[in-house]
Design a protein around this ligand. Structure first.
Ligand code: HEM
Length: 378
């Protein structure tokens, strides 16, 4: 197989990986939402078997954990799909090894992805064996997000190999505002995971107030006690009402802080024409996510809306990654904005490519009009 074929194949597989990782994350959320997180009491098998066993086998394996076949299958389906994702990562690692001599091949990202999926498998195992201990559930959620974003990063880096060959672009360090936005988004997603794993989603009735009060009685130290004991079964949560209220309010405050920083980002970078579609998309998904969060509270967490809220969080993180990638991509020669726009056409796939292609065509047209002053691309 030729090297370029390796790169092309790795690109397709990494893009597929983004989609599959999203599906696996949603399956994980679904497993939790139908209370099937402990559908199998052991790991990696289910009552010691690779497929859900019959009642007699389950009883012989774990006499104190009665088998619920529906829940056990939900859990096992999540594990099978996660297994496929693991195989995909192994395939990408193999391709990275075969293409290691290709200049600029992102083999480090591939190696980090391999490490991340192994860690994620361990978090999955601990989620079951520590009986949904919230700390490990949040790490499992963040790990899944990390794997999804690494697939995307790998895809973008593989596309950059082509752009390099055409005199492409390099990445610069993101500025402080980007780092704050990324940090807040990760924190907000962790707070969301803390909310769901402690079953604090409906601790507050009503929005924007909580149980009719702007600042209800809350137990912050218990709500954010990160050393809560390992041992009890955390299905349906262990915390008292005021601790859960503190968690729900913290998640709402996090959403406000994130919204403010997103607004600042948009105002600060709106002058960069290439960033406008990204900033618009980012704001749109943020608004959607806010609406879904509020709807979940008002409608008492219906399954489809709760799943959509998880998907919204992953989508927000994916678009944030693409925006940061674009914002930090500098043309190799920074002399003209033409280069910057040309890099744009090679930087992204999917929906944003359509936007950037239009921009590129428009730019080509503009550069063919000599009466325009030099560098006119606004
Ligand atoms: C806009 C930024 C927001 C982000 C990025 C975000 C993210 C998340 C995430 C990642 C989860 C955990 C999902 C899971 O474990 O599968 C979650 C849970 C939750 N969020 Fe948000 N959220 C946001 C805003 C809000 C707002 C404004 C509200 C309500 C006013 C809200 C209400 C909830 C509720 C009720 C849950 C628990 C869902 C469950 O138990 O399944 N979220 N959020």
């Amino acid at each position: 197989m030729k090297t370029t074929k390796h790169v092309r194949l790795a690109r397709c597989l990494s893009l597929f990986g983004v989609l599959l990782a999203l599906v696996v994350m949603l399956l994980g959320a679904w497993t939790r939402l139908v209370d099937a997180g402990l559908g199998c009491p052991d790991w990696p098998g289910c009552y010691g078997k690779l497929v859900v066993p019959d009642d007699a086998t389950a009883l012989a394996h774990s006499p104190h954990v009665p088998l619920d076949p529906g829940k056990a299958w939900a859990e096992m389906f999540h594990r099978y799909m996660a297994g496929v994702l693991g195989l995909l990562v192994l395939g990408l690692t193999f391709l990275a090894w075969r293409a290691r001599s290709v200049a600029g091949y992102p083999w480090r990202t591939s190696a980090v992805l391999l490490l991340a999926i192994l860690l994620q498998g361990a978090f999955g195992a601990f989620t079951v064996t520590l009986k949904l201990w919230p700390q490990v559930v949040v790490l499992h959620l963040l790990g899944g997000l990390g794997v999804t974003l690494l697939f995307l990063w790998l895809y973008l880096s593989l596309r950059r190999i082509d752009a390099r060959a055409r005199g492409g672009y390099r990445l610069s360090r993101p500025g402080a505002l980007w780092l704050i936005a990324i940090g807040l988004l990760v924190l907000q997603i962790a707070l969301g995971g803390w909310t769901s794993s402690n079953y604090a989603g409906i601790a507050c009735h009503g929005v924007p107030t909580c149980n009719g009060q702007w600042w209800p009685t809350m137990d912050w130290s218990e709500g954010f006690n990160l050393t809560q004991t390992i041992g009890p079964n955390y299905l349906y949560g262990q915390l008292h009402a005021e601790a859960r209220t503190a968690i729900q309010v913290a998640h709402r405050l996090g959403a406000i802080a994130l919204g403010l920083v997103m607004l600042l980002l948009t105002v600060r970078y709106w002058h960069r024409r290439v960033l406008r579609p990204y900033l618009t998309l980012l704001s749109g998904i943020y608004a959607l996510q806010l609406g879904l969060g509020i709807a979940n509270v008002l409608l008492w967490l219906p399954l489809d809306l709760a799943l959509a809220h998880t998907a919204g969080a992953v989508l927000l993180a994916l678009v944030m990654t693409m925006t940061v990638w674009r914002a930090t991509s500098l043309p190799q020669s920074c002399s003209s904005s033409m280069n910057e726009n040309a890099a744009e056409t090679s930087g992204l796939g999917g929906v944003l490519t359509l936007v950037s292609r239009r921009q590129h065509r428009k730019l080509r047209y503009e550069t063919q009009r000599p009466w325009l002053p030099e560098g006119t691309d606004q």
